[in-house]
Ligand binder design. Structure first.
Ligand code: CP3
Length: 387
């Protein structure tokens, strides 16, 4: 149902996606399925689903030969501006793996790039800036994000909601203010976050101004994707684990909390996931930011997270991506251990503890999806059903 034809993009054969005709609803879900029929949404709300839903962070990308064929050369930020290409890349892992959610092919630095901050993603390195954010004059390069700045993103979302099967929601996402801010302040990926930490401790007023601007742009970025039909969202605070709990609570939590509360008021009932790496020491605070789902990396046991955060906590995760690199047997053993850790709780979205590594064998991931679906397949319990 996704492919309408084939086309050539950058010299590569790709599936072409026609922009949706507003008058044509064929293939478009006229009636949205109930939450119970969408495993991802049911689990995100802690309700029983027909099976535990699975998706992978970075499920689209360099591990897939079909991605490498379509992607072409040049910056990823340029590829993202082409809606048919971005939609095709988003759909590739859904077709290949039968995952239960599609995640928009975009990047966390799209908002600062779109307002002209001067940032790019260098292949093999990550986000790099022309000039790092170091003083109040750098705020001039961070004007508010307007919907018109990211019309290519919403055009991609429009294509995707038309093409995706109704039981596979599209996930919106944005980088959390801290993680995006760390790239702007460091100017490149960092291990120490020394400039970022120096800024928060030496000029707290400027730090909070930066965080407020990045919160506003994360809200606009996610809000636009949700307005165009994405069904849930994830806030990536990948590098928050570099902070002490005290610093997280003082310099970051108020801003991430603002993102979740504003989106909850604009989109009541839409699930929001909060994810970071190496954040075991921050779990209570990250939960206090107000997500529906807490994303765990492999360092935290699911059972421990529920003991600390509450028995009803909905969790996402948390297979170590390195185990997927170790071959099918190790990956499946790890998958079974994650499921055992979850102990049949309905509020579980299966994922890796971080993104898919570029040298991952897609067949191993396919086996992981199959095992999760098979092991957790159950008849949905419906209220009112005769017993
Ligand atoms: O998860 C998905 O499948 C959706 C797409 C997605 C991308 N980036 C596409 C991408 C998502 C959710 C992101 C988020 C993102 N981007 C994060 C948070 C998640 C995480 O990994 O912690 C971060 C830190 C970034 C910044 C970024 N963008 C990095 C570090 C890199 C890798 C640079 C490299 O080449 O090693 C990117 C580039 C990027 N973003 C790629 C993809 C598929 C790969 C590069 C490409 O094709 O050029």
């Amino acid at each position: 149902m996704y492919s309408i034809g084939t086309d050539r993009v950058d010299g590569c054969m790709v599936t072409s996606l026609e922009p949706p005709d507003p008058a044509d609803h064929s293939g478009h879900p006229v009636m949205q399925p109930s939450t119970g029929a969408v495993p991802f949404l049911a689990a995100a709300r802690g309700q029983h689903a027909s099976h535990t839903p699975v998706w992978f962070m970075r499920q689209a990308g360099r591990s897939l030969p079909e991605y490498r064929a379509v992607r072409g050369e040049g910056s990823i930020l340029e590829a993202i501006t082409r809606p048919t290409v971005a939609a095709e890349i988003t759909l590739q892992p859904v077709r290949r793996y039968g995952v239960d959610a599609a995640v928009l092919f975009s990047d966390i630095v799209v908002p600062p790039h779109a307002v002209g901050f001067g940032i790019d993603v260098a292949p093999g390195t990550g986000p790099v800036t022309e000039r790092a954010f170091r003083s109040s004059s750098d705020l001039d390069r961070l004007r508010p994000l307007e919907p018109g700045d990211i019309s290519y993103v919403t055009d991609t979302v429009d294509l995707l909601v038309h093409e995706l099967p109704p039981e596979v929601p599209l996930l919106a996402f944005a980088g959390a203010p801290f993680t995006v801010g760390s790239y702007l302040v460091e100017g490149r990926p960092s291990r120490t976050y020394q400039h970022t930490k120096a800024l928060m401790h030496t000029d707290e007023v400027l730090w909070h101004e930066l965080m407020e601007r990045l919160s506003a742009s994360a809200i606009t970025f996610i809000d636009q994707q949700l307005q165009h039909g994405a069904g849930a969202f994830q806030l990536f605070d990948s590098w928050a684990g570099s902070l002490s709990r005290r610093d997280y609570d003082r310099f970051v939590l108020p801003h991430s909390r603002h993102v979740f509360s504003e989106l909850a008021s604009r989109h009541p009932g839409v699930p929001g996931i909060h994810f970071g790496i190496g954040c075991d020491h921050l779990l209570e605070s990250m939960m206090a930011a107000g997500p529906t789902v807490i994303g765990l990396d492999w360092r935290t046991r699911i059972a421990d997270a529920r003991r600390r955060l509450g028995a009803d906590t909905v969790v996402q995760g948390n297979l170590d991506p390195a185990l997927v690199l170790a071959g099918t047997d190790v990956a499946l053993e790890g998958t079974a251990a994650v499921l055992a850790d979850n102990a049949g709780h309905p509020g579980h979205i299966f994922n890796l503890g971080h993104g898919v590594q570029p040298d991952t064998d897609p067949d191993v991931l396919a086996a992981v999806v199959e095992l999760v679906h098979e092991r957790t397949s159950r008849d949905t319990i419906r209220i009112g059903d005769p017993t």
